[in-house]
Ligand binder design. Structure first.
Ligand code: SGN
Ligand code: CA
Length: 535
């Protein structure tokens, strides 16, 4: 009966549809390709500055999309940054304050939400969580920090696997292979393509170290910084190229050459780091390496006895840049290959491509390497986004966006309402050029102390004009920087009477931000206690 009754209605509907314009297709949900390198400084991407190196493929994302010139992190260190990205919550709430303890997998992450809502999800490369991620149909992750040559991977479906070759290239191949052989074209995808490079100890591929070892790079203005004008934290940090970089592990001086020259290990794992990375190469890789790094060692042996400290600092900077920037070359090539794949398979238009790093990095500024500080080079991070359907090509944005914002951005792009307890802001309005009502200050909090590099705990507020920071735990010191007048952050003006009003205003704003983000003295104490009870 019902069928007979319905039939004329459906015929009517069918005719009605045919007689009017074709109804629009439901909007297709975008694919998301999230590319993240480890410790990739914005100073080493030519879209930001061509001073040091050329990254044509990474630049392509900005050329065809949007370059964020003021993107920053909430806590400048690897695993915590990744936890902030995945949860959309500050470290003090997601619990991953440092690199030491495993990520709490009871947190809800945006890939889980995407997966529940019909996205196909995969992750390849470095995660650094101490456990496996939830919310992925497929993953292959490097154990811990991973290695540059002949890596092992922990996989979702095949247990632990070993691969021979150069890790950056292997991660690129896995990513393309997944797109080619595992992608379900009935579903949108979220694909995380996560490089280990250019993390310490900076081992380039043979095709790159052969060239890069011959190059000379301009020194930063502040390479010989003596930290005058700043507080205890900058003086006591152990990140100086001359004082704290490993000779074998980082500068690739052979352990036996160190012995011959009477150079002691910098850290007690200086030579061990060399053995762990260079020593992992197979005989053919090692022969290729020695053909290039052998002559460099010979030249050093000859020159070292007469080199001044200043000359040594310059030498170490060049060695650092040759290997660091050389490691980025393979990342850039890999990005080029993946973008090419999207082009060739009709995926460019409807895929959001993000290129970022887990934080910034010092490339000799203030005489430093590593990160952790709220000072610009480590606080800021590269962020380039392409989405042809939404973003106008070749645009720039200087708003204070954070890694905290990615989760809500991706969820909104997928048409999903984000959980209420996420703390970021969607960047979709910025993608569309609508910059009104976006935040004008960000909150930052770093915890991993005492630990490697000895950067003291601190939290702070950063606006376009100023940076107010409180260092605490074994000190109680405040710093204020005038970002417009003092671009290199050389002079703490906290006690300068001319800035008294700024200090007053920002101190209140910082307190407000702590309330807004649910951070507190009690939580500071809880996370300090963790270091006292758990050694
Ligand atoms: C290792 C590095 C440090 C680095 C941390 C954290 N030393 O300990 O220089 O700060 O990792 O890096 S290494 O010579 O052993 O590599 S992070 O990217 O994981 O946060
Ligand atoms: Ca990192």
């Amino acid at each position: 009966m019902r069928i007979i009754f319905l039939l004329p209605v459906s015929i009517f509907l069918l005719l009605a549809c045919q007689s009017t314009e074709k109804s629009p297709e439901p909007p297709q949900r975008p694919n998301i390709l999230f590319i993240m390198a480890d410790d990739h400084a914005y100073q080493a991407i030519s879209a930001y500055s061509a001073r040091l190196t050329n990254t044509p493929n990474i630049d392509r994302i900005a050329k065809e999309g949007l370059l964020f010139t003021n993107a920053c992190v909430t806590n400048s260190i690897c695993a915590p940054s990744r936890a902030v990205i995945l949860t959309g919550k500050h470290s003090h709430l997601n619990g991953k304050i440092d690199n030491r303890f495993p990520f709490d997998t009871t947190n809800v992450t945006f890939p889980q939400i995407l997966q529940e809502n019909g996205y196909q999800t995969a992750l390849f490369g470095k995660l650094h969580f101490g456990n496996s991620p939830k919310g992925f149909d497929q993953f292959r992750i490097l154990p811990g920090q991973g290695t540059y040559y002949n890596p092992d991977f922990i996989t979702k479906n095949e247990g632990k696997i070993h691969m021979e070759g150069y890790t950056t290239d292997i991660i690129t191949d896995m990513t393309i292979d997944w797109l080619d052989n595992n992608r379900d074209d009935q579903k949108p995808f979220f694909l995380a393509y996560l490089h280990k490079a250019p993390h310490r100890e900076w081992l380039p591929a043979p095709r790159h170290y052969k060239d890069f070892i011959k190059k000379t790079f301009p020194e930063p203005e502040t390479l010989f910084d003596d930290y005058e004008g700043r507080g205890t934290a900058a003086h006591e940090a152990e990140m100086n190229l001359l004082e704290h970089m490993n000779w074998a592990g980082d500068s690739k001086i052979y352990p036996e050459v160190m012995d011959e020259l009477g150079i002691p290990e910098t850290a007690n794992w200086d030579k061990a780091a060399f053995k762990r990375e260079v020593g992992r190469q197979n005989p053919a890789q090692r022969a290729e390496w020695d053909a290039v790094y052998g002559p460099m060692n010979e030249a050093f042996k000859k020159n070292y006895p007469t080199m001044s400290r200043k000359e040594l600092m310059s030498w170490r900077y060049q060695r650092y840049m040759q290997d660091y920037l050389g490691s980025i070359a393979a990342v850039d090539e890999g990005v080029g290959k993946v973008l090419e794949y999207l082009d060739q398979h009709g995926l460019t238009e409807n895929t959001i491509v993000v290129y970022t790093s887990d934080q910034g990095f010092y490339l000799g500024e203030h005489g430093w390497f590593d990160k952790r500080f709220i000072y610009d080079e480590s606080f800021k991070t590269p962020l380039l986004v392409r989405w042809p359907e939404v973003i106008k090509a070749g645009t720039r944005n200087s708003q204070m966006v954070q890694n905290l914002d990615y989760a809500q951005t991706f969820l909104e792009a997928a048409g999903i309402t984000a959980p209420d307890d996420m703390q970021g802001e969607s960047l979709i309005p910025l993608f569309k050029g609508d910059t009104a009502n976006f935040r004008d200050a960000v909150y930052y909090h770093y915890y991993e102390y005492p630990a490697v590099h000895m950067v003291k705990r601190h939290y702070g507020i950063v606006t376009e004009d100023y940076k107010l920071v409180h260092f605490y735990d074994d000190v109680d010191e405040w710093e204020l920087y005038d970002r417009k007048k003092d671009k290199n952050e050389m002079k703490n003006v906290y006690n300068d009477p001319a800035y008294a009003d700024v200090v007053k205003d920002l101190t209140q704003k910082l307190a407000d931000l702590r309330v807004k983000y649910k951070d507190s003295k009690e939580l500071d104490q809880k996370y300090m206690d963790l270091y006292k009870t758990d050694k």
